[in-house]
Design a binder for this molecule. Structure first.
Ligand SMILES: *[C@@H]1O[C@H](CO)[C@@H](O)[C@H](O)[C@H]1NC(C)=O
Ligand SMILES: *[C@@H]1O[C@H](CO)[C@@H](O)[C@H](O)[C@H]1NC(C)=O
Ligand SMILES: *[C@@H]1O[C@H](CO)[C@@H](O)[C@H](O)[C@H]1NC(C)=O
Ligand SMILES: *[C@@H]1O[C@H](CO)[C@@H](O)[C@H](O)[C@H]1NC(C)=O
Ligand SMILES: *[C@@H]1O[C@H](CO)[C@@H](O)[C@H](O)[C@H]1NC(C)=O
Length: 643
């Protein structure tokens, strides 16, 4: 009886460990595993052992029991390997001591792996990590975040030295800004280096306050490239990378606590070395004439403050997770070379957080402190000071990055009509931006940490834009009045390209591309995306027909789903999307989306844009609306009943 109990407990523990370490690091499994392990141990120790059996049999005459023990051991040693293997795989208690010991050892090692995975942020708290990275890039400036704990920096101050990157190795350094480093800010600070030329290669290095001694980090100057002057009417051709969701060392491997494999793969993809270039011929072909990637948008779940374990609402616990990422050699390969712009999602705070515009709502304050220091301060300046939403441009493309956490209503409270995802000010800023970029830029990227589509089920039904029905409908209508809008999102640990069909002649179809995880779990077997929405729209199109030798145009109307899936790729622990924007031919603006999953090209989508007669943005600066209603009226959208 005990034999089977041990086998069952041990097998459950092993399956649980595998799922927790390699498939889904859920907190339920985290809680179940120690219980299973302790039950397994207890059962093991209360089971009568061979020696106990022997003692009972010892008084028997003619020394039968002793003989029997010897026989048994011989038997076990003579077992064919297949039987021994089965005993280890299914943890079947065996008369052979070494098999019992092997099974105990396997389970104990698995338990230690789980402990290592869960407690790693505390075991290796990265308190001395030193790094520098470029955030926001402008035609004439960049923002740089530096972390240098006092043990390494002189006088708590670090000077940025910079110069144009040229073939002249010995050209002199210019003294850039000085940054103060304080323990209260975790030894990190962000500065702006300005007075630069557009579309130019630069490099920087760090020195002591008076710029006389170079610091040991960075060993080599770090390079960056300023953005082009947006006033040049030449069109643009560039790439950027989008992803979200990353946790170090998941799927777990022993002794790899600092690894974030997705970034290793990304670095390999962006800057292939000779040895890796031949790996994927298809990829090489696609890459052949691709321009360099200019930046990466990271759409949240950069840390998992509460997965697999929440270390509490305190500033240090949150900061530790960020330091841990910047300490990763995998991530270092990327952030030292590629500017990164961030937004946060719930796991930078806590699962499914809804801030309700109340900054006192725990744990927002602690979470926000760490997010600012490490990620947000190097973003573009926010539209409104102290907020996290921002906009920026790259040549003739415009980007609006939302904050979908701080202001969203709690879906469990209040009525559906008054629910908001963005809060009134942010929503007004977004509408204002749509109006400004409408005819002054070619492509418009609207960036949301959570999916805009309602096709995702399960948790997404409450955590995505889905329950914010009215705000979503109004925003969709406004976006569909603008040419060449693409929505970017993340969060689902799956990839999908979604089409929002145009509803009528004057509206535009919109594509949403949701990409994740950068380096985290995906859920096998369970499919969570519906193929199309029940809601439909009437599509109008004209068809030319010949009748009796004469041409007629016939206006046809058909009904199509409002939202439909173009492509769904759930599988893959390491995913990112690359967007290649090409507006060199103003009549045919193009975007090519390339999805990479586990280091392989998984999907390509060519999105054809419509020509936009670009107007200089100067004249439109007067477009300053008062509140959302004003903006909507101005745009000719009258969602009267929604307010
Ligand atoms: C192995 O464990 C089982 C179950 O606890 C026990 O019956 C058996 O005697 C053990 N074998 C040895 C050699 O200790
Ligand atoms: C960053 O450095 C500047 C300039 O040295 C200093 O004024 C500022 O207080 C520092 N900020 C933080 C957050 O440490
Ligand atoms: C920073 O200081 C720590 C502790 O003194 C040391 O281990 C580390 O190597 C130093 N790093 C650099 C880049 O100088
Ligand atoms: C904001 O949140 C705090 C903490 O939960 C609460 O005490 C306070 O009443 C909230 N304020 C408002 C205006 O709801
Ligand atoms: C964008 O421009 C088109 C054409 O001028 C106009 O119909 C539409 O209302 C504008 N949309 C926004 C959001 O400004």
């Amino acid at each position: 009886m005990f034999k089977y109990l041990i086998a069952i407990l041990s097998t459950l523990f092993r399956i649980g460990s595998y799922l927790f370490l390699r498939v889904l690091p859920s907190s339920i499994l985290r809680q179940i595993l120690p219980v299973l392990y302790v039950l397994y141990l207890s059962t093991l120790f209360i089971t009568p052992t061979a020696s106990a059996v022997k003692t009972r049999k010892a008084p028997a005459p003619n020394g039968h029991a002793v003989e029997k023990k010897d026989e048994v051991i011989q038997e076990a040693e003579a077992e064919p390997p297949a039987v021994l293997l089965t005993a280890v795989i299914f943890s079947i208690p065996s008369p052979a001591r070494f098999l019992n010991a092997t099974n105990l050892l396997i389970n104990t090692v698995l338990f230690l792996f789980a402990l290592d995975f869960v407690l790693y942020p505390v075991i290796d708290d990265a308190s001395d990590v030193v790094f520098a990275r470029v955030g926001a890039v402008y035609p004439d400036a960049v923002k740089i975040t530096i972390r240098y704990p006092v043990a390494n920096a002189s006088e708590n101050q670090v000077r940025v030295l910079w110069r144009q990157a040229s073939s002249l190795e010995d050209s002199t350094w210019n003294a850039g800004p000085l940054v103060d480093l304080y323990p209260e800010h975790d030894w990190a600070n962000t500065t702006k280096l300005d007075g630069l030329w557009p579309s130019t290669n630069y490099e920087y290095i760090l020195a002591n306050a008076d710029g006389t001694d170079l610091l040991s980090y960075p060993a080599e100057p770090l390079k960056f490239h300023t953005f082009p002057d947006p006033r040049l009417p030449t069109g643009s051709h560039y790439r950027f990378v989008v992803s979200s969701c990353a946790t170090p060392n998941f799927p777990y491997a022993p002794l790899q606590g600092r690894r974030i494999k997705g970034y290793d793969l990304l670095a390999n993809y962006l800057w292939p070395s000779k040895s890796t270039a031949t790996e994927d011929a298809l990829l090489a072909a696609v890459e052949a004439d691709a321009p360099p990637a200019e930046f990466m948008l990271f759409l949240g779940d950069f840390i998992y403050a509460d997965v697999p374990m929440y270390f509490g609402d305190n500033v240090e616990a949150y900061r530790r997770f960020y330091r841990r990422n910047y300490q990763s050699p995998s991530f270092r390969k990327v952030y030292e070379r590629l500017p990164m712009f961030h937004t946060y999602d719930d796991h930078e705070i806590i699962n499914n957080f809804a801030g309700q515009s109340n900054d006192s709502k725990p744990p927002f304050k602690s979470a926000d402190d760490a997010f600012r220091i490490y990620n947000a301060n190097a973003n573009y300046d926010p539209v409104e000071s102290d907020q996290h939403y921002y906009e920026f441009r790259y040549a003739d493309s415009a980007f609006f990055v939302m904050d979908t956490r701080r202001h969203r209503s709690d879906v469990a409270e209040g009525d559906e009509i008054s629910r908001t995802m963005l809060g009134e000010k942010q929503l007004a800023a977004l509408y204002d931006w749509l109006g400004k970029v409408n005819e002054t830029t070619t492509w418009k990227f609207v960036v949301s940490s959570v999916p805009f589509t309602s096709l995702w089920t399960y948790e997404a039904e409450v955590d995505s834009w889905n329950p914010y029905t009215n705000e979503k409908a109004a925003l969709l209508q406004a976006m569909q009045s603008v040419k060449n809008v693409i929505v970017l999102s993340g969060d689902r640990h799956e990839f999908a390209a979604i089409k929002f069909n145009a509803a009528g002649a004057d509206t535009q179809s919109i594509v949403e591309v949701s990409t994740s995880p950068m380096s985290m779990f995906w859920v096998p077997f369970v499919r969570t995306l519906r193929p199309a929405s029940e809601a439909t729209v009437k599509r109008v199109h004209e068809v030319a027909e010949e009748f009796d030798g004469e041409m007629f145009t016939q206006v046809l109307e058909d009904e199509v789903p409002q939202e439909e899936v173009l492509k769904y790729v759930p599988e893959g622990n390491y995913k990112w999307s690359t967007f290649e924007v090409d507006t060199r031919d103003p009549q045919n603006p193009k975007v090519r989306l390339e999805l990479m999953s586990d280091g392989k090209l998984a999907y390509v989508l060519d999105i054809a844009g419509k020509p936009v007669e670009l107007r200089a943005s100067a004249g439109l600066e007067t477009f300053v609306p008062k509140g959302i209603k004003g903006v909507l009226d101005k745009l000719g959208l009258k969602p009267g009943s929604w307010w």
